[in-house]
Each structure stands twice: as C-alpha cells, then as structure tokens.
Design a protein around this ligand. Structure first.
Ligand code: ATP
Ligand code: MG
Length: 427
C-alpha cells in the first residue's frame, strides 16, 4: 500500500524554480534600491506575542478579528504568526533600545500569515517587503518613501500601470471627533447599511468608508468627510507632501475615503494600486504611525512606513512580461562525463569552480550515455558542454563543444579551460 499524499496547506503556495526568476528580480531590485537610499535591513521573528498585534493593529480590525493564526505553545504562551511586520519591528526597536534619540531607516522582507479566503493575489502565507523610518516627523520622509516606491516601479518597468492614492487621517484626536460625526450620520441611515457595516458602526465605523457595497457607498456620498476634521498641522504636513510630489512629477490622486485597515495610522496614508490584477489591486500600502511606538511601551517616537505585497508584484511582472532575460535561470557550462571518469569529472568541476567563480557550471553527475547527457546539456541552456571521456582523462584534456554557435568542437588541455571559459563568458 502506498502512503496517502500530504496536501499543502490551503492558501500557502510553493514557489517553483520556473517562477523564481521573477522573485529574485524583484528582491534584488528592491534590495539594491533600498541600499542606495541608505536604508538598513533588519530581521524579526515570524512569531510574536498575540498581544503585540492586538495592541498595534487594533482589536476591531479585520486582521485581528478574523485573520490571525494564533495558538498556545507548549509553555502556554499566546502566540501569533505575524500578519504584518511593522508591529514586530517596532517591538524590536523598543526592546533593543534602538530608538533613544536615534533615527533609523529600516527594511525587512519575509512571509506574513493571514487566514483569508485564498484567491488571485490573496494567500494565507504571503510575502511583504516592509520599509519603516523612525524618529522623523516631517513630510520630507513621507515624500522620500513615496519617491523610493515610484523609482522601484520604474526600475521594475511597471510604472505605467500603477497609480498613487493618498490621504491624511489627521491626529487620533481629530479622528475621534470625526468618528463621532460619522457615527451620528450613519446611525440615521442605519437601515440602509448592510450587516457588515451595521456591525462596524459599533466597532470600527471608519472601516465602513472602505465598504464595497454600492448601497453603503450611496449612503456615504453625503457623509461627513475626514478632511474637514483634520487639524492645521496635519493639513500643512499633507499640503507640503503634495507639493513635493507635484514638483517631482509624481502623479497622485487624493482619495478622501482612504482610511487603511489598521488602527495605528495617523496623518499621511497611501496606497499604490493597479487595475491590471483584478480585484486585488493594491500592491503597496502604508502611512505614518506617530503614536505606535508609545502605544507599544516605548518613548514617543514618530514613524512612517509601508509594505508591498510581493505575490501581487510578481503577478504583475509576469503579466507585463517585465523580467529581463538576463535574470533567466540558464546554465553556462555543462560537464558531460562518459565512461569510467567519475572521479576525474568531480575534480575537474571543482577546479573550474575555483577558477571561474562567476560562471554557472552544472556537473551532470550520475553517468549515462554521451547522447543522453548532451541532450540534457542542450536543455540546460548551456552555451558550452565540456566532455570528459577516458581518452580525455588519459591526455589531461577535455572536449569543448559549442552548443549555441557554429564552431567546431575542440580538444583543450584541462589547465587552459579556466582561461577559455572566463574569456568566453566576458566577451
Ligand atoms: P487588502 O485590502 O488587499 O486586504 P490590506 O489593507 O489588508 O490589503 P496591508 O495590511 O496594508 O493590506 O498589506 C500591505 C500589502 O500587502 C497589500 O497592499 C497587499 O499588496 C499585500 N497583502 C495583504 N494581504 C495579502 C494577502 N492575504 N495575500 C497577498 N498579499 C497581501
Ligand atoms: Mg486585508
């Protein structure tokens, strides 16, 4: 009896070698850009205390109410697989004493977990690149983050299909007053709201602004607008940000209904959206969270950041065919070993790997006929096959077969192979 197959966990995807070029292209491009902007990488655990997310994200948010993977470990600690990275980074910045009077520009990459209904662009394990800046209050850093993302889209060649939406949420006091006004208005229209919005009216009324229900949206048309409630400082901050964006030709749309799903935001919030991916169109989202550090037990310290969803970006790169050929996973050199040459071929491969560190060499391993190995060499995409048979071993040579150009096969002394390959692949 064969054992039954173990199924993958729903909504948690494998990334196969055939897809990896897009991921590596995205990661390398983002990493280089963040390095150039003088941001530093930081890594935090995938698991944190459940309370961290409850306190940071807010009890009455979709993430905390419905989407968290929480469990009790063997020591009875209440733990959660991180649904986002900002809370963990803030926790780490506080617990490592990083924020005392210091400024930090940080980024991190990794998997996040949310128990949502899996669909295109929405998984239960997904990946984000998160960027955070601490200790900076002005709109200049907000602008810099947006410029960084705009430059990333340009480098990835997806800039023509993404647009920027921004809004200001004001301070938490402003939002308290606004929330009361909104609740007063919506309570009058209680019966026109769908069930979800009726529930949110009690728990998190501002999330109703996000509702996809057209009846609810109709009611919202005459609801009070947040921008009428924000204080002068927030307004000036927002105006200054808009001015920089205009000066630098970054087009944006002010979306007064953009409130974001997490409680910790204040002042600037933004989303980069695309219409090329169907319903899951937000590829990057973030904003300012000036109160979060204090809320998590640190000394007051402003913060601003964003997270981009890597699965959605990879989908977009795929859809637009935007990954350059140079990122393809082909092999440069394929070593074919026929006859009784196993040991010599391992030695030759190892020598060439020392001599040609920048060349991608696949050593066939496993023997087989000349014909079948050459077939594999061809399929690997290699430009050159090195052939080692008993005759070559006896004369310390190898056959050099050019697989992609009209050039006769040659026999080359093994000591000269490194030079030949290095020259071939730099020309
Ligand atoms: P959405 O409205 O799509 O649920 P969100 O507001 O919950 O997004 P954030 O918490 O702001 O998302 O996360 C930032 C980005 O991470 C999103 O813009 C998206 O690109 C990506 N993202 C969020 N949830 C998922 C998911 N379940 N699967 C894939 N990507 C996701
Ligand atoms: Mg969500």
């Amino acid at each position: 009896m064969t054992a039954s197959m173990i199924q993958p966990v729903k909504g948690m995807n494998d990334v196969l070698p055939a897809e990896i070029a897009r991921w590596q292209f995205l990661e390398a491009t983002a990493r280089d850009l963040l390095h150039a902007y003088a941001f530093e990488e930081m890594r935090v655990p995938v698991v944190e205390q459940t309370d961290l997310f409850k306190r940071a994200i807010g009890e009455y948010t979709d993430v905390v109410e419905k989407e968290m993977y929480s469990f009790e470990d063997k020591g009875r600690e209440r733990l959660t697989l991180r649904p986002e990275a900002t809370a963990g980074i803030v926790r780490a910045a506080i617990s490592n004493g990083m924020l005392r009077g210091a400024r930090h520009k940080l980024w991190c990459v990794g998997p996040m977990f949310r128990h949502e209904r899996p669909q295109k662009g929405r998984q239960r394990q997904f990946h984000q690149i998160g960027v955070e800046a601490f200790g900076l209050t002005g709109p200049d850093i907000d602008a810099e983050l947006l410029l960084l993302t705009a430059r990333l889209w340009k480098t990835l060649k997806i800039d023509h299909v993404v647009t920027l939406q921004i809004n200001s949420l004001g301070t938490s006091e402003d939002r308290k007053i606004y929330r009361a006004a909104l609740v007063e208005y919506l309570t009058k229209h209680h019966d026109e709201l769908d069930e979800d919005s009726q529930r949110r009216l009690q728990t998190n009324p501002m999330r109703i602004l996000d509702s996809k229900n057209s009846d609810v949206q109709k009611v919202l048309q005459h609801a009070p607008t947040l921008s009428d409630f924000i204080d002068d400082e927030s307004r000036q901050h927002f105006d200054a940000l808009c001015e920089v964006l205009t000066t630098l030709n970054i087009s944006y749309e002010i979306n007064p209904k953009l409130v974001r799903g997490l409680d910790y935001y204040s002042k600037t919030v933004f989303e980069w959206v695309t219409s090329s991916l169907g319903a899951q169109g937000t590829i990057c989202a973030g904003g300012r969270y000036d109160g979060l550090v204090e809320q998590l037990g640190g000394k007051p310290c402003p913060g601003v950041g964003f997270a981009m969803g890597m699965e959605r970006l990879v989908l977009l790169l795929d859809e637009l065919n935007a990954v350059p050929d140079s990122v393809a996973q082909t092999v440069d050199v394929f070593i074919v070993a026929v006859g009784d040459t196993m040991k010599e071929s391992v030695v030759l491969s190892d020598t060439l790997r020392s001599e040609c560190p920048n060349i991608r060499i696949e050593s066939h391993c496993g023997g087989g006929s000349f014909k079948s190995q050459i077939k594999k060499a061809d399929k690997s995409g290699a430009a050159i096959a090195l052939i080692l048979g008993e005759e070559e071993v006896a004369s310390a040579t190898a056959g050099v077969k050019y697989l992609r150009r009209e050039q006769p096969q040659e026999t080359v002394v093994q000591g000269n192979l490194g030079n030949l390959l290095n020259k071939f692949f730099t020309d």
